[in-house]
Design a protein around this ligand. Structure first.
Ligand code: ATP
Length: 351
């Protein structure tokens, strides 16, 4: 197998006047989990369809598992699995029979079909339901069965278009865990799209962020986090007051602030210093036990999208503070003076 499961060069797709994918160049190493993130209409599904030969590119090239999508699509399809918008299950057929039927299409011998269906149904927690018609499964169970189906013939590469969409957090986590285990056991490359950004940060080795058909950033979640800088501070302590919180939200360094279970989270305007925030809190007598400056993968994702000039919804609510002190809008300006700070409180450990 080649070093890269997917390579694209300036891959472009237009629908009459709309450029749905704009010169996408990507290299996805074999055996990795790649997460393609972007808002609705960004071009994720179009990319998958181009890589599976379901759409023809307007320009550019792509190779999947070393095969050219323009001329070697049969070889590609034989070695890939896909979960697209339709689950592709037969409602009246039993759960295990659904998988085995699919195995017959792939000309797998009976004994191998049996063994593989048992292996996957156990992996996805569906073994006890194997005899029931697939139509009787819950939504989340159907989703798991559909992922198992996509992996059934041991493909080298699997495309999963929003595999955890609509699942409750526990089912989503269980599907994620099964997927990660399978990737580790079988070395399959996974190309997945998701709107669940924290999930992608946890599961994926590599991430691509796309908007309006253009790749804005790519790299490991850690690399993306590092390049975004640290615009969030988390303050643990006691003595937070409504007045301090209100004034904090009005500081020019603050984009937004939120109390989460007694911990203060402050998102700073990029490039701002944390010192005025600490001074303000100290001036109000807040006892700070720990002040940490950090960036989650979600922060990094928003910063990539925001930095390109189209701030997402969460960034547009800038300078609106929420939490147990309610919402405070910075534009409802009211002049309040910031109390003098006590320099002795400024030594709180800023990481
Ligand atoms: P979502 O997260 O909502 O699934 P996506 O990132 O998968 O979105 P695509 O489905 O790839 O987005 O769509 C990219 C753009 O191409 C959108 O503006 C969409 O309206 C447009 N598009 C997709 N299919 C067609 C089509 N058959 N004809 C015309 N435009 C299309």
């Amino acid at each position: 197998m080649t070093q890269y499961a997917i390579q694209t060069q300036e891959l472009t797709r237009e629908y009459s006047t709309l450029r749905a994918l704009d010169r996408l160049s990507l290299e996805i190493p074999a055996g990795s989990i790649f997460g393609f993130l972007g808002s609705n209409g960004a071009g994720k599904t179009t990319t998958i369809h181009l890589l599976l030969g379901l759409l023809r590119p307007t320009a550019g090239q792509a190779a999947v598992l070393g095969y050219d999508v323009a001329t070697e699509i049969d070889q590609i399809r034989r070695r890939t699995g896909a979960l697209l918008d339709k689950a592709g299950l037969y409602a009246r057929l039993g759960v295990q029979d659904n998988l085995e039927f699919y195995g017959r299409i792939w000309h797998m011998p009976r004994r191998e079909r049996r063994a593989r269906s048992e292996e996957l149904l156990r992996q996805f927690g569906l073994w006890d339901r194997r005899k029931e018609p697939a139509g009787r499964l819950s939504f989340g169970m159907k989703r798991k069965l559909a992922v198992a189906r996509a992996l059934f013939h041991r493909p080298d590469l699997v495309f999963l278009d929003e595999p955890t969409a609509g699942l409750d957090p526990v089912s989503a986590e269980s599907l994620r865990r099964s997927l990660v285990d399978l990737v580790a056991q079988e070395g399959v490359t996974v190309f997945l799209t998701t709107h669940n950004v924290p999930e992608a940060g946890k599961v994926c080795d590599q991430i691509g962020i796309i908007r309006s058909g253009q790749l804005l950033a790519s790299g490991s979640p850690e690399e993306l986090r590092a390049s975004a800088g640290s615009n969030r501070i988390v303050v643990r302590g006691s003595g937070f007051t409504e007045e301090a919180f209100t004034l904090l939200a009005l500081r020019p360094e603050v984009e937004s602030a939120e109390m989460r279970g007694g911990t203060l989270h402050v998102w700073l305007v990029p490039g701002s210093s944390v010192a005025p925030i600490i001074s303000l809190l100290a001036g109000f007598g807040v006892q700070m036990e720990e002040v940490v400056r950090e960036t989650t993968f979600e922060d990094a994702f928003l910063s990539v999208l925001g930095a390109e000039g189209h701030a997402p919804e969460t960034a547009r609510v800038a300078r609106v503070a929420r939490g147990r002190f309610g919402a405070v809008r910075a534009d409802e300006a009211f002049a309040l003076s910031v109390p003098e700070c006590e320099s002795s409180h400024l030594s709180a450990g800023v990481a």
